[in-house]
Design a protein around this ligand. Structure first.
Ligand code: NAD
Length: 398
């Protein structure tokens, strides 16, 4: 089986080592970004392959080739893995679209909100020739130690949700890719669940807002904690954001019987499920953050200068999680007529910090919605249109 991994970062290195260790797979890397093709090639010349250092075991795997040319990288591959931040998906999909083989599975790890809307828009009529899938999150916390040579897995998730289009393929795709990666993948009903269940889009912008919306230019002597700085007030903001997503889920499920959004869990429940052994006290959202060992010592994104540290408002916690996360959920809520006052407050603050305009008087009509994956960007004007065209409702069998 031929597999193409698109990317050259932490996730791509982990995949290259794990999949490259299997003798029956032929693993190609597509790394057109900056000088990454050359860096991969140099690293692989100097090393026997990519050494994946995981807790309790090391795995050595070697990709067959690294390409800058999309045709060479993608033609003939049955599995295409986008191991990229969400803002790179559209561009890379445009480059590979013309070379996808009929029957190929194309997916992202992680997919982020609205991935399927973006793929449909880029592939157009080619969509019917492939299947698409998305992981809810990357299964590993991982960091490159030596480019083209060594990557460290710091921790792995117990299980990861996977959505697919056509939706009925989710179980078979989960089983096959789960076997290849040694990860428990849990098939879920539809991509809409994946979009609304993305908790990063709540946690990251929500905590950034909570910690820094009163920031007045102060310079800190050292970077502060991020997750462990969640106090009662910030937890309350996160709780309200989560409740607004749940209100949207309930409205959609009640209005459209058969639409299964059970994978869209409240934030507290998601934390318990994702960190079953790391949270000491899960009685409240505040205590779940404060006592989660997996969050120990993780710092807020900061810019360093001669004078000290200031919040980094261009970090991915805002620049990725707002346009490729929160705004997708917000756009769907607008189509469904569900109010999201707390989410709106966070977006209004974040757009000022990012220097963008998305929300104007509580409507997603700002000039920069074309730099988001919101359904409004793609011209959706009603929730029925979105559900129908994206095929989120189960297909009735005669
Ligand atoms: P990374 O920063 O290591 O890799 C980014 C890679 O994306 C680059 O190396 C490049 O190949 C590609 N890229 C970046 N900008 C591009 C552009 N403009 N055009 C084309 N390609 C571009 O990221 P990562 O750690 O591998 O993470 C990938 C995704 O997984 C991100 O969305 C991240 O938030 C998520 N994630 C990562 C971890 C982790 O521990 N690494 C954990 C959870 C989720």
């Amino acid at each position: 089986m031929q597999i193409t991994i698109c990317g050259g970062g932490n996730a791509a290195h982990t995949l290259a080592g794990l999949l490259g260790s299997k003798p029956d797979l032929s693993v190609y890397i597509y790394a057109p970004y900056q000088d990454e093709t050359e860096r991969w090639q140099e690293g692989l010349q100097q090393n026997d392959g990519i050494l994946v250092r995981a807790p309790g075991r090391d795995i050595l795997g070697r990709p067959a080739a690294v390409f800058r040319d999309p045709a060479q990288a993608v033609q003939g591959s049955q599995l295409i893995l986008l191991a990229l931040p969400a803002f790179a998906h559209e561009h890379i999909l445009e480059e590979i679209a013309g070379y996808l083989s009929p029957g190929a599975w194309v997916g992202a790890l992680p997919a982020r909100a609205g991935f399927d809307i973006c793929v449909r828009d880029v592939l157009k009529e080619r969509l019917s020739q492939v299947a698409i899938f998305g992981f809810q999150t990357l299964p590993w916390a991982c960091r490159i130690q030596e480019y083209g040579g060594r990557v460290l897995i710091l921790g792995a998730k117990d299980q990861v949700d996977l959505a697919a289009w056509p939706a009925k393929l989710a179980p078979v795709i989960s089983t096959r890719i789960g076997e290849l990666l040694g990860v428990a993948l849990n098939p879920i009903s539809n991509f809409l669940s994946l979009t609304l269940a993305d908790t990063g889009q709540l946690i990251h912008p929500g905590i950034m807002y909570g910690l820094f919306h009163r920031w007045n230019g102060q310079v800190y002597s050292e970077p502060g904690l991020f997750y462990q700085a969640v106090d009662e007030e910030v937890a309350e903001i996160l709780q309200k954001m989560s409740q607004e997503v749940q209100a949207l889920r309930i409205t959609l499920e009640q209005t459209y019987p058969g639409l299964d959004l059970t994978a869209v869990r409240p934030l507290g429940e998601w934390l318990k499920r994702s960190y079953p052994t790391s949270i000491q006290d899960s009685s409240t959202l505040h205590s779940s953050f404060a006592t989660n060992r997996s969050y120990t010592g993780l710092l807020a994104p900061m810019c360093k200068s001669d004078k000290g540290f200031t919040p980094d408002f261009q970090s991915r916690y805002l620049s990725e999680d707002v346009p490729y996360g929160l705004l997708v959920m917000r756009g769907i809520a607008e189509l469904a007529g569900v109010a999201t006052p707390q989410v709106d407050e966070v977006i209004s603050w974040a757009q000022d910090r990012l220097g963008k305009q998305y929300l104007v008087e509580h409507k997603l009509t700002g000039a920069d919605i074309f730099l988001t994956l919101s359904p409004q960007r793609y011209g959706y004007t009603s929730i029925e249109q979105l559900l129908r065209e994206m095929e989120y409702l189960p297909i009735k069998e005669d």
